[in-house]
Design a protein around this ligand. Structure first.
Ligand code: ZN
Length: 218
């Protein structure tokens, strides 16, 4: 298994110190089998984005009308069980079949998981995409997922730092010029860690003003 070492021998910076304090975390390259398969990944994403206590609630979708469309601008339903257009029963935005489709259909998908023993603390995942201000593609991180119990813990914060540093190492070896990530304004916690890792805010706001892009040259 691909284990990526992020801890420096003699910690110098705040980031190094935070990583040293959570040196029990193991970072590996994202692999759906390692997470228990498509069903388990779908459950985790449903919990993160579609359950009542979701940080960001994406809602439910109609399998017949929306199919494998992932845009947020239409066909996401809140507080209803049946499709307003066809009357069919709604399913999770992250149903197993949609999850499998999303994770399998992207160009050069790549991610990193953080485990504490057998417990998945979180994962980040994305794919190759070109930001408007660049000519060459970079890696776009579409998902930053932390297990519920680690959302506000020090371990969770360290896991975010460790996962981003791990994926940056992989991307440098692959000669990607930059990495970028989009966060919701409300997700302050992720923003804080990104700033600590010297990610810089980009202005590409025409799509959705509730979200902000952060980029880092590698
Ligand atoms: Zn429908």
């Amino acid at each position: 298994m691909n284990i990526i070492n992020t801890v420096q021998k003699s910690p110098q910076t705040t980031v190094d110190k935070l990583l040293e304090r959570s040196s029990s975390l193991i970072y590996r390259q994202f692999d759906v089998e390692q997470l228990g398969g498509w069903g388990m990944l779908s459950n985790r994403l449903h919990e993160e984005y579609c359950s009542k206590n979701a940080t960001i609630y994406l809602g439910m979708v109609c399998p017949a009308c929306k199919g494998n469309d992932f845009s947020l601008g239409w066909g996401t339903n809140k507080n209803v069980i049946y499709c307003p257009d066809c009357g069919g029963q709604l399913g999770s935005f992250w149903s197993e079949s949609r999850t499998k489709h999303r994770f399998s259909q992207q160009i050069s998908p790549l991610g990193v998981t953080a485990f504490n023993g057998a417990d998945l603390v979180g994962f980040i995942w994305g794919f190759e995409k070109t930001i408007l201000t660049e000519d060459k593609p970079g890696l776009y991180i579409e998902m930053v997922v932390l297990d519920k119990k680690h959302r506000h813990s020090k371990l969770g914060g360290s896991a975010i730092l460790g996962m981003f540093l791990s994926i940056e190492k992989i991307l440098k070896d692959l000669n990607y010029p930059y990495i970028f990530v989009r966060t919701f304004n409300r997700k302050f916690m992720v923003t804080r860690w990104l700033k600590m890792l010297k990610y810089v805010q980009e202005c590409e706001c025409q799509e959705d003003s509730s979200r902000i892009l952060y980029k880092k040259m590698l």
